[in-house]
Design a protein around this ligand. Structure first.
Ligand code: AMP
Length: 426
């Protein structure tokens, strides 16, 4: 199938070509004609499937049919990163059409957002909390709204945003088109869809299953050796950008620090960072100045870096859905990717669930030169740089990192003495 089949405005066709999209992805093939009819839509699709363009393209097309400086489309997204990325995608796809899009999220000053709203915009991409602030300050006029998109509804629910979404909907014209996207359909999302959508079409793509372009492997390891294993794995694997997931914010920060000490170009992304630092970390990762980004699930939601070759689950995710979402960050569009998951004996049940979803038994892998028997450091030893003697014993000299051995161009060389602080508490 070709994009021509949708009969989209020629400016949009140019923007599609400019973005390098040759063929619609499966969700686009199904959702674009459905949305063009003006009907409501329930889209069961995970990120990484081309979902954003699937709703953005027909919305842009419909908005181009008439003009007006009122807000005519609103996209709600759960996180700032996702909102920023959707806005960027919309701006790319509406290049040359004269349409304007503005993004609204918390953690930054309201004034520039208020100004952008005053200047007039056709599309608003927003996180619910900050949008409600603007609504209560009467900064925003939704009387001309034609289309509402609720993206990643299941994640909105996880983050407690459903009441906010219902409140926002109360400020929108009742006669409108509503599109709701979710990777999963828990009962609360089903109820939200029942309330929000009327006579909706449903499109479903790859429900729950991670994208097929990803290869999965499990790395059994004792908890206290995870950081050392990560370092060894990164040293012996060809990678482009690597996204590492940890369960907690503290650990994300700590692992990134350990990787930096071991000579890798790594940074972390977690909820506590200031907006400025978050943007810097994401931008640095996107541009390749950081090869490795360590993040928690919420912080990494929606990160769109096309060159992510490896997702490494330093900690097993809490749910099978989270696994799907995490590894949806690699193998995007036509690329292939690898998902490595560190597993301890506590993770057996989750492994079974993931294997059931994938319909295959996952490969268990070990690194030949890695010492899996090394005992946990005692508190006195932990963090003591003079312990490097013992720690080095676990790594034969030939396995230690040197820039000449490194296949990771992003690696920074650091003195050997600072490389071995691999203790890790929870
Ligand atoms: P999304 O699911 O919206 O997060 O999109 C995942 C990635 O696929 C993004 O990097 C998009 O730019 C890319 N993408 C979307 N549609 C297409 C397409 N038709 N062909 C190639 N890449 C696409």
């Amino acid at each position: 199938m070709k994009f021509d089949a949708f009969d989209l405005h020629q400016d949009i066709m140019r923007a599609i070509a400019h973005n390098g999209y040759e063929e619609p992805t499966p969700i686009q093939a199904k959702a674009i004609p459905a949305i063009l009819t003006g009907k409501d839509l329930l889209g069961l699709a995970q990120t990484g499937t081309g979902k954003t363009a699937a709703f953005a393209l027909p919305i842009i097309h419909r908005l181009m049919k008439s003009r007006g400086r009122r807000i005519r489309a609103l996209v709600l997204a759960p996180t700032r990163e996702l909102a920023a990325q959707i806005n960027e995608a919309i701006q790319n796809l509406s290049r040359g059409t004269g349409l304007k899009s503005a993004v609204i999220y918390g953690g930054v000053s309201m004034n520039p957002q208020t100004e952008a709203l005053k200047r007039g915009t056709d599309i608003v991409v927003a996180c619910p909390g900050r949008l409600l602030d603007h609504i209560s300050q009467r900064n925003i006029d939704f009387s001309g709204l034609e289309t509402l998109v609720i993206d990643e509804a299941d994640r909105m629910f996880d983050m407690g945003f459903l009441p906010d979404i219902r409140r926002i909907a109360g400020h929108l014209p009742q006669k409108r088109q509503t599109l709701l996207f979710s990777a999963t359909m828990p009962d609360d999302i089903r109820r939200l869809a029942d309330d929000m959508l009327h006579d909706a079409l449903t499109v479903q793509i790859g429900y729950k299953k991670p994208v097929a372009t990803v290869t999965h492997a499990l790395y059994p390891v004792e908890h206290h050796l995870k950081a050392a294993l990560l370092i060894e794995l990164l040293a012996t694997t060809d990678t482009e950008s690597v996204l590492v997931f940890t369960r907690t914010k503290r650990r994300a920060e700590r692992v990134a620090r350990q990787l930096s000490k071991a000579g890798f170009s790594a940074t972390s992304l977690q909820g506590d960072l200031s907006q400025n630092k978050r943007e810097k970390a994401i931008e640095g990762f996107r541009r390749g100045s950081y090869r490795i980004l360590v993040a928690t699930d919420i912080a990494a939601r929606g990160i769109d870096v096309s060159a992510i070759s490896h997702v490494i689950n330093f900690d097993m995710p809490d749910t099978a859905d989270a696994y799907t979402h995490r590894i949806g960050r690699t193998g995007r569009a036509q690329n292939t990717g690898d998902a490595f998951t560190f597993v301890t004996r506590d993770d057996a049940a989750m492994i079974r669930t993931i294997e059931q979803i994938l319909g295959e038994k996952l490969q268990r892998k070990t690194l030949t030169d890695f010492d899996y028997t090394k005992p946990k450091d005692t508190p006195a030893q932990a963090g003591n740089p003079n312990q490097s003697q013992q720690q080095r014993a676990a790594y034969p000299a030939s396995r230690r990192f040197s820039p000449s051995r490194s296949r990771n161009a992003g690696r920074i060389h650091t003195p050997a003495s600072s490389r071995w602080t691999t203790n890790l508490d929870r």
